[in-house]
Design a binder for this molecule. Sequence first.
Ligand SMILES: Nc1ncnc2c1ncn2[C@@H]1O[C@H](COP(=O)(O)OP(=O)(O)OP(=O)(O)O)[C@@H](O)[C@H]1O
Ligand SMILES: [Mg+2]
Length: 503
Amino acid sequence: MKETINFNISKFDETLDLDYIKYHGRVERISDGIVFCSGLESAKLHELILIDNKYTGIVLDLSESYLGIGLFEDSPEIKEGMEAVATKQLFKLNASHEQLGTIIDTLGNRIDGGAPISKAVGVPAFNLAQPIMSIEDVSKPLMTGQLIIDALTPIGHGQRQLVLGNRQTGKTQIALETILNQKGKNVRCIYVAIGQKMAYIADIAETLEKSGAMQYTTILSASASTSITMQYLAPYAGMAIAEYWASEGERVVIVFDDLSKHADTYRTISLLFKRPPGREAYPGDIFYIHSSLLERASQLNVDNGSGSISALPIIELLSDDLTAYIPTNIISITDGQLYLKSELFNGGQKPAIATGESVSRVGANAQYPLMQEYSSRLMLIISQYSELKEFLTFDNNISKENLIIIKKGQILLELFKQGVQRGYSEAQELILLYAFKHDHMLDMSIPEIAKFKVILTEKLAAELEFSEYNRVVVEETVLPEPMVAVFDTLIASSREALTCPQQ
Ligand SMILES: Nc1ncnc2c1ncn2[C@@H]1O[C@H](COP(=O)(O)OP(=O)(O)OP(=O)(O)O)[C@@H](O)[C@H]1O
Ligand SMILES: [Mg+2]
């Protein structure tokens, strides 16, 4: 028998069904994709609500007077007085292995025109981080193919590494190069695009497709034309798919492009709910919004299948301001940051990573031994070079040792320049560092070094045993004699090719 209650109020002299007011409500107001409903007393945060039997939304705000519901699709047809029904289901999205190679929306459905996903499981978008007993330290290298990152600020599987910089400084490119470099490495990638144009997403998909990287990648796009709710939920949805794959032992890399837009989306939603604005008008829980997302990235231990989720959140800075609210929050949540500077980018130093301000707190443990050996002194050389460079402008009496440090700094910066889709393999990175360590470029001019590195890495890639070399440099602790011989021979022939280009 249904529970009933008798309201003895003269105005409403009628018997109300308690179940009814628990699960039913009324649309009171609608504003910018958010519906405010009365009733629905049983509704929980993130529960799905059906409006007028047609439109779906998710509970985003539980205030005393109204329930705030974010609509999946902007629906101007929704009117005051329509009925809202609580579904008793928390928001879940589709996760599937079939999502690899596709572009999907926040609900996990294909939006690229391909055949619908046939087999999927429902996964909760909001999840707790893995319990501490299930995870282990970051210890396996996540190679980005970008020498400056792999040598100076290495990333490991399970790490959260922030990429931040002004507009148009190559942030997205860093993430794309990292995705492209996972080819053949048994890693899955998810690129979560928040509030971007669909045409841009199509370009990214095409780039990945052409390089064979879409096979192991899913693009989750909540484009600028989707509802504010879809954009807000997108990173959690991407993370939920990553968790589903990682629970099956997969290594996943997830990119959030970008969390500045995500923070702005959340700010808009919060202002609509009239939550008190805090610093920079962001709501008080904005830190939690991002920490609860990023702490879900981790390296699972053997007992839990050894899967991992590595997160690359992107943040856009305004005028290089690292001290703004959202950047400082995310810097403190992540395990390190790659800071890109417009000044470097415009000066041709691309990727435009500012070495002094970039750091990787756990990645060095994940570097393979030879990379560790060959890159250990590089940061020191770069910082000595940066200091000496200042003197160079007003002091002509520089000692010979200091001139060598300056030259070495210049060589390194030239080696670190890398164009779009010019990722290096492990052995290519190592041969460049080997040539540097053994001073094979000290006598070259900067333009010569630019040519030399291309010739050398191409010659190495043309070797029959190239893939074997890539394996060896990762596995060995000392460079084996035969490899030393190969490296020396290739360096010598590349030097010759510089002087006689026809060779
Ligand atoms: N290493 C590089 N070498 C040459 N060009 C690059 C390099 N990295 C990025 N670019 C180019 O610079 C432009 C901006 O790069 P990208 O889109 O990655 O920057 P962004 O910081 O993500 O920009 P936005 O702020 O608009 O999102 C692109 O045209 C890209 O191809
Ligand atoms: Mg970008």
